[in-house]
Design a protein. Structure first.
Length: 387
């Protein structure tokens, strides 16, 4: 181990990571239903204490992006995260916004997704900067990742920068994720014609038209799944919400569907929606209804060659921490695809916590030991990439 590596690793303090993650959890940033302003202020306080150069820019009122830079003002290694969390919801045995340490874990909304990861990244960046101030490091923390990606869309209005690589600190249970599906949200509106329920033939049921849309979505989902291949499997559909009708005695004149469509790398959300509408429109119109749709959010997927030096360095960094890091594809989605597409840099996802078993759950928690392991791995990875 080199002297600079040894000195940087010695600066990583697990207790400080827990304290910083706790301060972020104490700043609720539920989305939808709140803002990220308090969490952004907590981030600024942590980064400033560690010596980072901080830039705060509003993506929307009270919804700021936070950029933290260490070292020269040039594109280097980019870390990516987000400051919002999903709503706490019911079922907690602890106050979700009062962080608690239980059996070696930090419990609280956002501990896994992804305020624990942000604290680990900041600790690692500061440690590297102390021994190698010549290395350019940046952490971009966006608002609204859990909903419409307003923060990332604001970032994309800036010119591309030639980053060497991007590491998304989302929870992967310390696996190295090299491929990720994209995500898109769509609103589909079916319009019919109201009538008295005693003479339904005088109207056109928008709910019946919406049922035809759901049938088409389910059929296309099965078609996609049947053709699944490779580490990412296939694209997928899910109908998340349906609203329609006024009363049992009225033929419904409107029905709205909110639909999730997971995207394969290279797919465009607008094209996917257009194909669905073209497919289902004849059936809907045969029922006396019309159908239209719009894309509410589109997040691209990405792939990075598993043989890329970034991937090898990530796996080796975890191995040096005596942790076997599998090279995987991810079933979730993240904003790494935006960065890979906009900035043209190799991208991986690597962070503490379990996206399926801990994130978005009651009593969300992350192992404290994994926070420390992640921070030290980020130090090793950063120094390895810098040569």
């Amino acid at each position: 181990m080199s002297d600079e590596m040894e000195r940087a690793l010695a600066l990583v303090d697990e207790a400080t990571i827990v304290a910083d993650a706790s301060s972020l959890i104490l700043a609720p940033s539920e989305n939808p239903g709140g803002t990220e302003a308090r969490a952004a202020r907590a981030l600024v306080a942590i980064a400033s204490r560690l010596g980072g150069q901080v830039l705060v820019e509003d993506a929307a009122p009270d919804r700021p992006n936070v950029s933290v830079r260490f070292g020269p003002d040039e594109p280097g290694l980019l870390f990516l995260g987000h400051s919002d969390v999903v709503p706490a919801g019911p079922g907690w045995t602890h106050d979700p916004f009062s962080p608690t340490v239980v059996d070696g874990t930090l419990v609280g909304r956002g501990s896994t997704d992804m305020k624990g990861g942000l604290a680990a990244v900041l600790q690692a960046m500061a440690a590297v900067h102390r021994v190698r101030p010549d290395i350019a490091l940046e952490l971009l923390v966006t608002a609204d990742e859990e909903d419409l990606a307003l923060g990332m869309l604001a970032h994309l209005r800036q010119p591309p920068r030639a980053y060497r690589a991007c590491i998304v600190a989302e929870p992967t249970d310390l696996a190295t994720v090299v491929a990720c599906r994209g995500a898109s949200n769509h609103e589909i509106v079916v319009r019919g014609r109201a009538a008295h329920a005693g003479r339904p033939e005088d109207g056109a049921s928008a709910i019946a038209g919406a049922a035809a849309v759901v049938d088409a979505i389910l059929a296309d989902h099965e078609r996609l799944r049947a053709g699944a291949s490779g580490p990412l499997g296939s694209a997928s559909w899910s109908v998340g919400r349906i609203d329609g009708g006024h009363a049992t005695s009225i033929v419904p004149d409107r029905c709205t569907l909110l639909v999730d469509r997971r995207l394969m790398p290279g797919e465009r959300a607008e094209d996917v929606l257009a194909r669905l509408l073209d497919d289902v429109r004849p059936r809907v119109e045969s029922l006396g209804c019309t159908v239209e749709g719009r894309t509410l959010m589109a997040m691209p997927g990405f792939t990075t060659d598993a043989a890329h030096p970034l991937v090898a360095a990530a796996v080796a960094s975890l191995a040096d921490e005596e942790h076997v890091s599998a090279v995987e594809a991810w079933t979730a989605a993240c904003e790494g695809g935006f960065v890979a597409e906009h900035h043209g840099c190799p991208t991986i996802i690597l962070g503490p916590g379990d996206i399926t078993g801990q994130a978005h759950q009651p009593d969300e928690h992350v192992r404290i030991a994994d926070l420390g392991t992640a921070a030290r791995a980020y130090v090793r990875l950063t120094l390895a990439l810098a040569g």
